[in-house]
Ligand binder design. Structure first.
Ligand code: ADP
Ligand code: MG
Length: 693
């Protein structure tokens, strides 16, 4: 067994208790500890003077603690102020969240290192929640650290001190450094001027030259990105090689009839994407394509076109959606689109038992039905298709990889298309969907009115309510979205229930309002949504559960409460629920002060553009990849060292290199790829299996 995979618990000085603390930092094995990188470095020799600080910049200082004060600010809330001095000037360090153990480490007179972004507090410089280290603690058992002028600063967890962490890493390195093997082939190290893995690790922890660190760390980010891309390249390559699909022929019967029946001209983006799909479907390869396009860009017609191409070759199509209400909407829209071709039989398949289901299942099995639209019901055991040639999956990020796999295995190798109305930034798409071909509809149909967007402080609510009244008087409908369902003791947010009461009794008592939220039963939610669609409800107060892609053309106003709490992409998605009819639409972002500079910048982006891709890029930049997809299953790999926003260039290079390598040596059998093969099959191959279907 590889000694680097030894349990951390058995490293001298760790034991059961500390192991648990280390586990909290995702450190389970020796190799995790060696890859627990400093987040900063202390320079004991050259301290910056407080007078040289720059506001709103990240700065580090060394000084002496001159006062410690715990203040009571409001019910159950405390604030900790620690003032430090460099002999000339003072700096406030402030915490709003801290435990008693945390306070104990401070002592007037001790030397301390602090680091963070400096702001201004009553004319004095202040750092809120700085990183700190008490410098004259002498409990490090190792002389090694005492002689160093540059010290690493590690991410810690409660009850684990910096000195202990440093000592553990030093010991682990001393004991195990001979076991650190190179994981990249020589030719890659040369090409990117990376140092050997062992040297890189050593220097990241113990370097006395902080300026070399950035380049050293880059190799670890590269490694992660590169191996993920090797995996994606292998999946894609295998797919292309092994999975033969149906080779359809463009017979121009049903497809041409559809084209001729449209009352509008397809956009050039739609035409381009249809060409890409036709190329895939008429080749012998199985199509495996992601179709991205903002809400309203016209993905449905493109999808129906692909369905009809399968149909002219005698095959069925399936269209899977995340919810019943979307399935119903697609069923209605597609039935309308095909109303001049009555020989095409379309069925809606729902979950559970209902009258007529048995017959539908029979007709699906004997091939009488050509197009089947439904939810997860499509992948239940009792569904037998006659011969599916094309499968479309709507809002694909809502389905797990396994569910997609099941649907595609229902038949031999139907052509697959995943639809996404969430514009995904390029770097994310390359990481999460790097094994798929991607088509993008980057153009909205002409004459689409952009949605007029405003932001107001919650104190100006009445202005908004008055303007919205004009729309209600014209017979239009309104969405109001709120982040929480019910009042919470913990967070001071307006909740949907309170807002609903206020709206329905105080603001718009004459109109019919309803409340919609995630804790309701699905049937209840669907009924309310249906009533809203049919105009029986004027105002829908809800949490974020209103579906992407829901189509209520008469709804022209979207009000979003606590807009500062939402990510940009989410705001854009919510805004996309309006602007679906011919009337002018409005979106009001209501902000509850205080708003940060960042918050202002974010809201202004919403005012500046309606372009989902631009907004998505900005969102990724501001929030990072973890939050981009929200909590839904995303398939996003968890990187320890790489950051796909910061490392976009590295990602691009890693991808090109990985795809070239797999093109030449897909099984990684060549001599020069031995190191690579070993690392890949021991660490990454597991995930490749997930991508196989
Ligand atoms: P998506 O699924 O991408 O959100 P849809 O396919 O539902 O968008 O299309 C939204 C609306 O735009 C539909 O009413 C559709 O008929 C219409 N539409 C689609 N393509 C065009 C086009 N090229 N020109 C005008 N209207 C279009
Ligand atoms: Mg759609």
């Amino acid at each position: 067994m590889n000694p680097l995979e030894n349990d951390i618990q058995y490293l001298k000085g760790v034991g059961e208790h500390r192991a648990r603390l280390l586990n909290k930092l995702n450190i389970f094995y020796i190799e995790d500890l060696l890859e627990h990188f400093p987040r900063d470095y202390i320079n004991r020799k050259s301290a910056v003077k407080i007078s040289n600080l720059q506001f709103n910049q990240h700065c580090s200082f060394v000084g002496e603690i001159v006062s410690i004060e715990k203040r009571y600010t409001s019910p159950k809330k405390y604030q900790l102020n620690v003032v430090i001095s460099d002999g000339e000037d003072y700096l406030f360090c402030t915490w709003f969240q801290f435990g008693n153990w945390f306070i104990k480490q401070f002592e007037v007179g001790k030397q301390i290192w602090v680091s963070g972004v400096v702001s201004e507090f009553r004319g004095s410089p202040q750092i809120v929640h700085p990183q700190i280290e008490i410098l004259d603690n002498t409990d490090s058992k190792l002389d090694f650290w005492k002689t160093r002028s540059i010290l690493p600063v590690y991410p810690l967890t409660e009850r684990l001190s910096m000195n202990v962490m440093r000592d553990l890493i030093y010991k682990a390195f001393e004991l195990y450094n001979k076991n650190i093997e190179e994981t990249l082939p020589e030719y890659i190290l040369k090409k990117f001027k990376f140092e050997h893995r062992r040297i890189s690790l050593q220097k990241v922890h113990f370097s006395q030259h902080p300026q070399e660190i950035k380049k050293l760390k880059e190799r670890f980010a590269f490694e992660e990105l590169f191996y993920t891309q090797i995996m994606l390249a292998r999946s894609k390559y295998k797919h292309h090689r092994e999975k033969l699909g149906y080779q359809f022929e463009l017979k121009k019967t049903y497809t041409t009839k559809l084209k001729n029946s449209l009352t509008f001209e397809l956009t050039s983006a739609q035409k381009k994407v249809i060409r890409e799909i036709v190329n895939d479907m008429t080749s012998s390869r199985q199509m495996n394509r992601l179709l991205q396009g903002d809400v309203g860009s016209g993905k449905t017609i493109v999808t129906v076109f692909a369905m009809l191409l399968a149909l002219e070759n005698g095959f069925q199509s399936a269209f899977m959606t995340p919810t019943e209400i979307l399935a119903e909407q697609h069923f209605r829209n597609i039935s309308n689109l095909l109303s001049n071709q009555p020989s095409i039989k379309i069925a809606l398949l729902k979950g559970g038992n209902y009258k007529g289901k048995k017959q539908t299942l029979e007709q699906i099995a004997n091939g009488e039905i050509n197009i089947i639209i439904g939810t997860h019901a499509l992948i239940q055991k009792d569904v037998k298709f006659h011969n599916v040639g094309f499968v479309a999956i709507d809002e694909q990020h809502r389905f797990g990889v396994e569910q997609r796999a099941v649907l595609s295995q229902k038949n031999k190798h139907p052509d697959l298309m995943y639809l996404s109305a969430t514009p995904i930034p390029r770097s994310l798409a390359l990481t999460v969907y790097g094994d798929l071909d991607v088509s993008i509809i980057d153009e909205l149909p002409p004459h689409r009115k952009s949605i007029k967007t405003f932001w107001h402080s919650s104190q100006q609510n009445n202005i908004v309510f008055d303007k919205v009244r004009e729309q209600l008087l014209k017979g239009r409908q309104v969405y109001i979205v709120c982040p929480l369902i019910e009042e919470s003791e913990k967070i001071d947010l307006l909740d949907a229930e309170t807002l609903f009461k206020y709206i329905s009794t105080k603001i718009y008592p004459k109109w019919k309002s309803s409340l919609l939220h995630g804790r309701m039963k699905t049937t209840e939610k669907d009924r309310i949504m249906e009533d809203f669609k049919n105009g029986k409800i004027n105002i829908l107060v809800s949490t974020t559960v209103i579906e992407v892609g829901i189509d209520v053309p008469n709804a022209t106003v979207m009000i979003i409460e606590h807009a500062e709490r939402f990510g940009l992409s989410q705001l854009h998605q919510l805004r996309g629920r309006v602007g679906r009819g011919s009337d002018e639409s409005f979106c009001y972002l209501i902000v509850h002060p205080p708003i940060s500079e960042d918050g202002r910048e974010r809201l202004n982006i919403m005012l500046e553009t309606n372009d989902g891709f631009k907004i998505a890029e900005k969102d990724l930049e501001l929030r990072g990849p973890g939050d981009f997809f929200g909590t839904e299953q995303s398939g996003m790999p968890i990187y320890k060292h790489a950051n796909i926003v910061r490392d976009q260039e590295l990602l691009k290079q890693a991808r090109i290199l990985a795809f070239n390598i797999i093109e030449e040596d897909d099984e990684l059998k060549l001599d020069k790829n031995q190191a690579l093969s070993k690392e890949y099959f021991s660490k990454y191959y597991k995930r490749e299996k997930l991508f196989e279907f």
